[in-house]
Structure formats: structure tokens, C-alpha cells
Ligand binder design. Sequence first.
Ligand code: SF4
Length: 459
Amino acid sequence: MTTPTRGSYWITTFGCQMNKADSERMAGILEGMGYKPGSGEHSADLVLYNTCTIRDNAEQKVYSYLGRQAQRKRTNPHLTLVVAGCVAQQEGESLLRRVPELDLVMGPQHANRLETLLEQVASGQQVVATGEHHILEDITTARRESTVCAWVNVIYGCNERCTYCVVPSVRGKEQSRSPAAIRLEMEELAQRGFKEITLLGQNIDAYGRDLPGITPEGRRQHTLTDLLHQVHDVAGIERIRFATSHPRYFTERLIEACAQLPKLCEHFHIPFQSGDDDVLKAMARGYTVERYRRILERIRERMPDAAISADVIVAFPGESDGQYRRTLALIEEIGFDQVNTAAYSPRPGTPAADWPDQLSEAVKVERLQEINALVERTARRRSERYRGRTEQVLVEGGNPRDPSQRMGRTRTNRLTFFPDPAPSPSPGELASGGIQPGDLVNVRIEEVRAFSLTGVVVR
Ligand code: SF4
């Protein structure tokens, strides 16, 4: 059967890895329907914004982009305009009232249904798909941005109720995929040449708790640890990572599995959000700083070189200077390899947004600047350990800024640059016969920076 040609599409993605993974699947669906990748959002026949509500500025950006597209649509009625992701889920019908030129508003749970929804649009409807939806097994082939590293969703949604977070209301209840479906997707990716898989979930430690089954020892049959054992030996996949971890549910068994299974990379992304127990309680995170410390101690006992990254929020409502200082102290004490920082931003519909003790913008900016400087210093200190060492690097491509260099990542996820002896035709491309994407090479590290390294290949 031949696929009809439908014109070009453009997807702009805001926000987290979950959104990026959803965009790749939606691009795969569009290409399966006959759309071709467009050269820009102002010339494409179908424009899709996959949106994020975590920060107010991402949301405002979407509205300004949509304003321009709405204008285009007035002179080009064949343009199809789609808003997907978390703003779509949160705003639903009211987005159509605000931007009547929109054809389709679809929440993240509906990503795999894009074709069906576009068929409804083609029949003349304006469509809003934001209801709770049982996510269909991935029947599509994602169009992946990388040819080496791929994301694989293992659980959608989140049942936690962190008081600052909109994810549970926009992404719905937890829905785990079956281990068989996850393994099959990984096998297909391996056959297509992918070498590294990141298993994804908003709270990946919740994996399996909605799946049936109890072991003879009386524990849940499906956990993240069991999943890792089940998918670890997929031939052709060299590295496995997972994110995002939740300190409340991170287990000893999981640490043990990561230490034992050779493809599991020594890199853990475990958000701590605050270094103060009372703030953690107000956030409803369900753990203490002491528990967080113990998890990291245990990881470092079993994998001394493990890289640890995290997320933190400063200026949460009511956060005192002393509480904020405890967060700084925790960053110093742990010595993180990377920390994603954010100043608290109230999200409509979340409990903390209505609390009276919101902090001023000035305090937010000041704390954010101070913590960013500390994160950089800590990361730089952590990077020092690589100097003179030889690291295994998985090559992802050429350095877009320097045609003489290749780039890849260490097992601990440090971005690493190194020259390829074969000349390169142009920036970002690789010479045939030289080092290619997907190759594993050993690189002796000669220069270290806070978040990246440079070295030379050693045979
Ligand atoms: S665990 Fe908390 S922060 Fe993470 S997605 Fe769920 S509610 Fe949001």
C-alpha cells in the first residue's frame, strides 16, 4: 500500500524528556501518514507545539508562537495547527476559545492517537482530546532525533502529589507498559543500530505497581529492578540508563542490580528538590534529607565512581534563608556532577500556588544565581577526577561547533569531545572511514570543564 503525500510538518518541543519522547513518536506517526519533515515552522503545512507547563515562561512562549501561527492560518486555511502536551491538557477547551484557529488540542496521553485525531480534524471538526485515556501500546515507530541513543517510555503518568507539580493532573494516572512490550521495542531499536537506551518515567521507581502479580516471597512481581533484569541482555544495546528516580521509592535491590548488570551505566538522576526536611514535607515529597543521603552513600559504596545528578527548587513558598542554606550545604556535601536548578514557579491548580507565603522575584533571582554558581563549582570539582583517565565514550556524532572534533558521552554521562584523525567534510558531519556514531572508543581525558571534557582517542 502506498502512503499518500500530505505536505510538510514541523514540531516544536518544550520541556522534559517525556515530551521529547512523545514528539518523536508523533513525528513517526506523521511520517507514517505521508507528511515530510518541513524546513521551518513558518512554511510547514502542519505545525505541532508539544507544550510544557512546568515553567510560566515556557507557557507564555507557546502563546506567542500560536499568535503568529493564527495569523498565518487566516491567509492559509489549509494549515493544520496542533497543540499537544501539558498546556493542552491543562487548558483544554479554553485554548480553543483563546486561539480559535486551532484544529487540535491533545493531552500527552493521546500522543499515540495522533492519526485518528487528525482524521477527525480532516472531517471538519475542531478536536479536543484531553480525557483520561488508556494509553495504547506503542504501535508506531518513533522518528528518533539521534541514531545512537533512544528513549523508551516504561511508565506514563504519576500518582504522586508533589504540591508544586502539575504532572499528575496533566499526564494522568500511572500506566506501566508490559516488560514484553518494552523488550520488543528495545530489540527493534537494537536492530536499527541504536546502542544506548534511556528508560523513561516521570517517577520511574513506580514502574509496575499498576501491573498484576505477586512473587512467592510476597513482593510485587513487576518492579523497575525486575524490568532491568528482563531487558538487560538485549543484543546490540551497549548501555542502559533510566530516569527520573524518586528518593522515596529508590531501593537497595535497584542499587544492587545497577552494580551487577554491566550495561547499566553508573549515572543516577535522583532529584532531591530541597536540603531541608520541613520544605520537603511541604512539597509532599515523602522522604527526608537523611534518607536521600543514605541512598547516595549506598550507591557510592557499591559504585564509587558513580555520577549523581539531581533537580532542585529554590524559593519554594515560605522557604527561609536558613532552609535555603541547608540546600546549598547539601550540594557542597554530596558533590553533585550536575544539578538542574529552578526557582519555584506557581502552577495553576497545584496546592502550593495558592499558599500565601510566596517569595518575591528578587529573592528567587538571587537564590537561583547563587545556587547556579555553586552547582558549577561542584561540577568542576567532580570533573577533575577524569583528568588523565581513559574513559569509554559512545560516539554520538560530530561536534557541531568544530568540524575536526567528534563528540560522545562517558558511561557517567559527561559530554566528551575528541579529534578524529580522519578529516571531516563539514561541521557536524563525520568523514567516512573515520570514527562513526555508535562506535565505542577509549578517550584519554586531557581537558576538563564543569560539564564537559576533551581528550584524545587511545587504541
Ligand atoms: S513525582 Fe512529584 S514532581 Fe515528579 S512528576 Fe510526580 S508529582 Fe511531579
